[in-house]
Design a protein around this ligand. Structure first.
Ligand code: BTN
Length: 332
């Protein structure tokens, strides 16, 4: 059964609604309402049922609104976008924008979703994307630089997210190469960049960001690494539309800055936020594991490790984890 947007819109205020109230508002029977509620629960939405009272969401959710996001953006950011859509559910916001190339007169377009059925993470992983208050967004942006010069863009995006979150008063943020955003050392957000275009000519990039705003029980069970969410860490509710506007404004600002000045203009900021700077790590690639001490990133965004023999080695891909003193890998 399709995900019921009208039903969730009704329930989003967190109040109780009886089956017959919902049926009346939605123009369907109580049995149909019950089936829709079941479909939502199967999709991971936390719903309470109380006999005699009806149904309510475990917690109220501030639904995203394109108008409110645009209102909260900087004038410049708003003007650079030819479109901003809020989709209710979609396979993946990245895929959605990949399938919609920019027209000749467009520089950027963005979309958000409340739910992703097939949210995609780096390295072919699934990005668990239930309904319930996280942010899933993509920005499609035209760069005048070619693909060969966009190697450091993912680091710039990490910096943009840290800027946006700090502007909203979030402390305890750091970056894990290439672009994971950590809060108190645990993953808060991930970035997936998908590039199309020429090596030397103009390129279009879809910049996808998944940010944990609020943990749902479903997500807690489904995510297989240490992670954090903003509301649990801050102990307060997040105004999602305000945060969405701030993130988009910073992403657009960073995309412009990168196109003009390249990674150089972000490198110091990236390294100042590096969670692993000077620490012993293991970098894993499909073919090898390399241990070394993190010495920052080079002008192309590659990770620099100093190896046991004193040599400096630059890595363009791979996944780092802290090397625990026992020789075991810490799970960060
Ligand atoms: C990672 O593995 O760390 C990257 C996760 C990126 C997830 C976001 S959610 C919005 C956008 N749409 C997707 O399918 N993926 C990205």
């Amino acid at each position: 059964m399709a995900f019921s947007k009208p039903l969730l819109e009704l329930l989003s205020d967190g109040h109780f609604y009886s089956g017959s109230q919902l049926g009346e508002q939605l123009g369907c029977s109580r049995t149909a309402v019950w089936k829709m509620i079941q479909a939502l629960e199967n999709a991971g939405v936390d719903i309470f049922h109380v006999r005699g009272k009806g149904y309510r969401l475990a917690r109220a959710v501030e639904l995203l609104s394109a108008e409110r996001i645009l209102d909260g953006m900087s004038e410049r950011g708003r003007q650079s976008l030819s479109g901003l859509e809020v989709l209710f559910d979609v396979d993946s916001t990245n895929t959605y924008l990949i399938e919609r190339p920019l027209g000749a007169a467009e520089t950027g377009r963005a979309c958000f979703a409340e739910v992703q059925r097939l949210g995609r993470g780096r390295r072919g992983r699934l990005w668990v994307s239930p309904f319930g208050g996280n942010l899933y967004l993509s920005l499609r942006w035209r760069f005048s630089r070619g693909g060969a010069e966009l190697g450091g863009l993912s680091l710039a995006v990490g910096v943009a997210l840290v800027r946006a979150l700090r502007d909203e008063g979030v402390e305890g943020l750091s970056l894990k190469w290439p672009n994971d955003i950590l809060l108190q050392g645990r993953k808060l957000a991930g970035v997936l960049l998908e590039i199309s275009g020429e090596t030397n000519g103009p390129c279009e990039v879809v910049i996808g960001v998944g940010l944990n705003v609020r943990a749902t029980e479903f997500a807690q069970e489904a995510i297989d690494q240490p992670w954090s969410d903003l509301e649990s860490s801050l102990g307060s509710r997040i105004a999602r539309n305000v945060l969405a506007a701030q993130i988009l404004t910073c992403l657009i600002g960073a995309a412009r800055q990168y196109d003009i000045d390249g990674l150089d203009s972000f490198r110091d900021e990236w390294m100042a936020a590096d969670a692993f700077s000077g620490r012993e790590v293991v970098l894993q690639t499909p073919s090898a594991e390399t241990a070394g001490v993190v010495q920052g990133v080079d002008e192309n965004g590659a990770l620099i490790l100093s190896l046991k023999n004193g040599a400096l080695k630059h890595f363009y891909s791979g996944e780092i984890s802290l090397r625990a003193t026992s020789g075991q890998l810490a799970n960060v």
